[in-house]
Design a protein around this ligand. Sequence first.
Ligand SMILES: Nc1ncnc2c1ncn2[C@@H]1O[C@H](COP(=O)(O)OP(=O)(O)OP(=O)(O)O)[C@@H](O)[C@H]1O
Length: 254
Amino acid sequence: MGDTHSEHDASADHQSEHPNASRESATSSPSSADSLSLSNVTKRYGNTTALEDLSVAIQPGTFHGLVGPNGSGKTTLFAILAGLTRPSSGRISVPEDATVGYSFQEPRFYPALTVRENLEVFRGFADDPPPDSWLETLLEELRLEPVADRRADELSGGFRTKLDLALALVKRPQFLLLDEPLADVDDHSRRRITSFLEEYRADDRTVVVSTHNVASFAEQFDRLTVVVDGERRYDGSPDADVVAQYRSVLEDAV
Ligand SMILES: Nc1ncnc2c1ncn2[C@@H]1O[C@H](COP(=O)(O)OP(=O)(O)OP(=O)(O)O)[C@@H](O)[C@H]1O
């Protein structure tokens, strides 16, 4: 199965910043061939080490939580998984033909277009555009229907978060990376969105949520990775005692 993988070796001189764009046969994959994984990744910004020798494998069909205090390196880790940033050293492994969708804390929508127009434009970027019914599902499930015809720059914070989430989902990616997806979202929408993401995962797709608030997703996570000061402190099942052990570490910095 190793030959179905692409690998991205930060020590090699690749032209592309995106690991998906660099497809090579894997000869020594550290994890199963269908996972999205990082091996011994270090990322430095000048004198700051954002990630230190970190390895993690995101398995298909899981709801994977990535938690840590603010500044622990979660956004950097996501940017590397999404292919937006290259590590200083280490390897990225991406399954052949995997699609990766992401929503970071920076909004990506077109401000002068309506919510619906934004979805249509982003759908147009897909190699295999989804049908209208998928756009309607997103509007409904993410509680965006009331603002579907409103300009994106006129939305409140919670609706902006939901629009960004919808844009991450519009191509129905196999790996969905969400950085604090519930920021500013009201309680009712939170419940609806978490259950929608759970259903999405059930269809052999993968949802990775980065957050400093483990409590809001504790019931959904199949696997939990805890990152503190750029280092992996835990990677495994999200047992209650593990969550309890790290809760004070995570909440101290909130
Ligand atoms: N472009 C950059 N240039 C310099 N330092 C950076 C850059 N991006 C991140 N850092 C530093 O790297 C460390 C990790 O930052 P990162 O944003 O990945 O953490 P985080 O866990 O996502 O935090 P937050 O939850 O606050 O976004 C921090 O010390 C941060 O200041």
